[in-house]
Design a protein around this ligand. Structure first.
Ligand code: UD1
Length: 433
């Protein structure tokens, strides 16, 4: 549904930014959303307690916790930890209302099948960034032993499960969600599953390490081939969610776009090599030690340079989740860059908004050509998705004058205290809900 600016002014959360204030200071990075969500769901494989430390306090996490409660888990937050007691699951069914709130819920299919041998989960449907089919999930789960029951309305995956003994499953594409679903379906019960062409995102590696520390037997962790020997049961675990690589990149852009300087703590530095290369190309000075990263422009007041060609790809390629934020930064640069979005078909939604601010960006199919204009001006903008929303706030930080960004509730899905943190770091920013 399209929202007009006046609708958004009336109804949705909005952020007002007065540009031109450098983002300076230090920040402890939040835990990773994309790691935490499947880890929360992994808790249902264990008839017991899972404690996730450094679990981000964001809307997607709240939504998954509601889903876990709906199937009988008890959940509790203690400071930065979330505790899930999955001793008694009362149902294998997820309500449509809750499932629609977060796409991450679809990997409950594999987890519920593993634990309950039955699952009834609404199909997630499309979202603003793309149609997001689940054919790869379903095909792979069927190979492992899932059988879909009558599917009259096509809205709900209603399935039973009898795990096969020894199977090899090759994913036609290294889908993150499908890899997670397959891992969940393979961890419990007799039989060995070899998963080929798996996603290699660091969040998958972390999930496997966590499951192994719960008693699972997964080898090949971190590679494209996972060998999973089923075990009878898992045991309680306390696990630390690593820092969010996408949030790290977002704050780095905030500092660069506003000609400030930021020190981030708790950064998974090994996971953001592509981003660091791009920041170096545009003229940033990045220093790193342990899990600390400092970034600023190479020379204060100097314009950012172009970045050449950037192509989003499955990890270890450049992440689609950082594409919008980088686009905002390149709109301020002094030169021409090209971004090719290979993962999602509708992920250039911020282009029209940046153009309102004076950016020179043209889209041709999967490619966006960004001719940096050196400066942008504040405008009335609409956030249409999570990362795009954050990217518009970043553009507003560097722009001349004030911007009003409607639809900012999207940002809360993935960023903890975004407005508060930016304000603490020197931004002139306010939010009204
Ligand atoms: C994707 C990103 C992931 C990011 C996450 C959250 C990739 C490869 N994945 O994971 O890094 O953290 O969004 O924003 O960058 N597809 C199908 N059929 C399927 C499943 C996927 O055609 O059954 C297609 C999708 O439409 C998309 C691509 O495969 O074009 C990648 O999808 P997938 O990795 O499954 O998406 P997410 O798990 O959401």
């Amino acid at each position: 549904m399209e929202n007009t600016i006046s609708d958004l002014k009336k109804t949705a959360s909005r952020i007002i930014v007065e540009g031109g204030h450098p983002i300076c200071g230090e920040l402890k990075l939040q835990g990773s959303k994309n790691a935490a969500l499947p880890m929360l769901i992994a808790s249902i494989l264990n008839k017991g307690i899972t404690r996730l430390k450094n679990c981000p306090d964001i809307r997607d996490v709240h939504d998954i916790l509601h889903l876990l409660e709906e199937i009988g888990c008890k959940t509790e937050r203690e400071k930065d930890s979330v505790i899930i007691d999955a001793t008694n699951l009362t149902t294998y069914e997820i309500s449509e209302e809750l499932a629609r709130k977060t796409r991450g819920s679809f990997v409950m299919l594999g987890a519920l099948l593993s634990r309950k041998k039955r699952a009834k989960i609404p199909y997630p449907g499309g979202c603003p960034i793309g149609t997001r089919p689940v054919d790869i999930h379903l095909k792979a789960l069927e190979k492992i032993g899932m059988e879909l029951l009558g599917n009259a309305d096509g809205k709900v995956a209603d399935a039973v499960f009898k795990k096969k003994d020894n199977v090899t499953v090759r994913l036609s594409y290294p889908s993150v969600g499908a890899t997670e679903n397959c891992i969940f379906a393979s961890v419990l019960g007799e039989g060995r599953v070899v998963l080929k062409n798996c996603a290699r995102e660091p969040e998958i590696e972390d999930l496997c390490l966590m499951l192994n520390s719960m008693g699972a037997d997964i080898s090949g962790v971190g590679t494209a081939v996972l060998c999973i020997k089923g075990v009878k049961k898992l045991h309680d675990v306390e696990w630390n969610v690593s820092g969010d690589r996408i949030v790290a990149g977002t704050y780095m852009v905030a500092a660069l776009i506003s000609d400030g300087s930021i020190t981030l703590r708790g950064v998974p530095i090994g996971q953001i090599k592509n981003e660091i290369d791009i920041f170096a190309k545009v003229g940033a000075a990045v220093t790193m030690w342990d899990d600390v990263l400092h970034v600023r422009r190479g020379r204060c007041g100097k314009k950012l340079s172009a970045a050449g060609d950037i192509i989003t790809k499955p990890y270890p390629g450049f992440p689609t989740d950082m594409q919008s934020q980088i686009m905002s930064m390149l709109a301020f640069s002094d030169g021409r860059s090209i971004i090719k979005e290979n993962i999602f078909e509708n992920r250039f939604m911020i282009v029209d908004e940046l153009v309102k601010m004076g950016a020179d960006i043209t889209v041709s199919g999967k490619k966006a050509i960004i001719q940096g204009t050196g400066r942008l001006c504040g405008a009335e903008l609409i956030a249409k998705d999570l990362r795009g929303g954050a990217a518009l706030v970043l553009a507003a930080l560097g722009a001349e004058g004030s911007s009003l960004i409607g639809g900012c509730s999207h940002i809360k899905r993935g960023y903890e205290n975004f407005v508060y943190n930016l304000k603490e770091l020197g931004a002139s920013i306010t939010e009204s809900v």
